[in-house]
Design a binder for this molecule. Structure first.
Ligand code: SF4
Ligand code: SF4
Length: 414
């Protein structure tokens, strides 16, 4: 694969790169990382040299560079291939205990939604009783601080149907891993909004995690296993569109064609599936729904999830949806498309840079005077909310679908 040959070293990607903006260092930007990738691929630099591993880890895989590159350098796939190669080399020499922890956190837990729910139930108990403090001596203070607040109830995929009388089509809802235990209210709001858009909604039980986290962590084989489960579930559902309300998942699901390109039995099915995946904001924006009558009198700023704006190139639809809400004053923040430092488990693997980007984002939000930050991805919601809390800024973070649902629910027209 690769593709670094296309890079003409113009540097147009540098101002878009969050880690370059923070460090102003060539190697911490896309152009420098591409040079490193080329050197490794051509055998001039060792795959496990500390500087190279550090840069492959420090990159957020936010795709901001890829989105602005005039030469269409496939930066994301190159980075992910390198991470997979590093992970493959390291796996053999990793101590058994570390292998077990990694397997538990990145594979076992994500392989089945029921396991995620069991772990989330424990975490919820610890969060409600204050027992999370017992994790601090084990170096888990950051993990506890950044963990999402687990929902009081879960949104469990259980073959539900939410029908509307004269449906324009049927949507399958992707319930995901973290979303269904920590953002159950967003799923419920999504179902109501899709119904208002005259789409029936089905929620097949036989679905699961999108595999995005596994790809980021250099484990594409596990991601392929998860992808096959979701493709088969969608095919059986006979739905017209596969709807996602988490930008990171949507981006991974739309890339199933590339993920399964080397699997002749699944390649065509994966391409057909990916063509039907839509972010919920794309779907709602495309459907003709009368504007809500309910008002939200608030100043709102939109934080663009990297995997929506850069990876999926969806940027105008979320703003148009917010602009439909009467009373809502939308203000643009500076650098709304610069990563907030969430990026999967980045705030655990690269805590210093994650914190710098979080503080940068919080400063840009504060400058708008907004009391609500709208977003469309759970990782961004958690990272931004944690940053606002730490800075003592009394703004709340809401998914766009929640805001829309609130506006429609408080009017009598639906
Ligand atoms: S990756 Fe693209 S934008 Fe960046 S230096 Fe290379 S050609 Fe230019
Ligand atoms: S993916 Fe994001 S962090 Fe990585 S080089 Fe590109 S712009 Fe920078």
């Amino acid at each position: 694969m690769m593709g670094y040959e296309a890079c003409v070293r113009c540097g147009l990607c540098l101002p878009a790169c969050p880690t370059y903006l923070e460090t102003m260092t060539e190697t911490s930007g896309p152009r420098g990382r591409i040079s490193l990738i080329k050197a490794v691929d051509e055998g001039e630099l060792d795959l496990l040299s500390p500087g190279f591993v550090e840069q492959m880890s420090q990159c957020l895989d936010c795709r901001a560079c890829q989105a602005v590159c005039p030469s269409a350098v496939p930066y994301g796939p190159m980075l992910e291939e390198m991470r997979a190669r590093i992970e493959h080399e390291r796996a053999a020499s990793r101590p058994a205990a570390a292998r077990t922890v990694r397997y538990f956190l990145l594979e076992w837990l994500f392989a089945k939604p029921s396991r995620m729910r069991a772990a989330a139930s424990l975490l919820r108990f610890a969060q409600r009783t204050g027992l999370t403090a017992f994790a601090y001596p084990f170096g888990l203070r950051d993990a506890v601080r950044l963990a999402p607040r687990i929902s009081d109830h879960f949104f469990v995929a259980d073959d539900q149907r939410f029908d509307v009388p004269i449906a324009a089509g049927t949507a399958m809802l992707h319930t995901g891993c973290v979303m269904h235990v920590a953002f159950a209210n967003v799923h419920e709001a999504t179902v109501r909004m899709l119904n208002r858009a005259r789409l029936s909604v089905v929620v097949p039980r036989a679905q699961g995690c999108c595999g995005g986290l596994a790809v980021h962590a250099g484990d594409p084989e596990f991601a392929r296993e998860l992808a096959r489960v979701n493709i088969a579930a969608f095919e059986r559902s006979s739905a017209d569109v596969y709807v996602v309300n988490a930008a990171g998942c949507g981006s991974a699901l739309k890339e199933y064609g590339a993920l399964l390109d080397d699997d002749p039995a699944w390649r065509e099915r994966a391409v057909a599936f990916a063509a039907r995946v839509r972010d919920v904001t794309e779907v709602l924006d495309a459907m003709e729904i009368p504007a809500p009558r309910g008002r939200i009198e608030a100043r709102v700023t939109y934080q663009e999830p990297c995997h929506l704006v850069h990876a999926q190139r969806v940027s105008a639809a979320p703003r148009r949806l917010l602009d439909r809400i009467p009373g809502l004053e939308r203000v643009e923040m500076n650098e709304s498309a610069v990563c907030c430092g969430s990026a999967g488990i980045y705030n655990l693997t690269e805590p210093d840079m994650a914190e710098r980007l979080q503080a940068r984002k919080v400063g840009n939000i504060e400058a708008t005077g907004a009391t609500i930050v709208a977003t469309a991805n759970p990782g961004c919601a958690m990272q931004v909310a944690a940053g606002l809390r730490a800075a003592g800024i009394p703004a709340s973070v809401r998914h766009i679908v929640e805001l829309l649902d609130q506006a429609y629910s408080s009017s009598l027209q639906d």
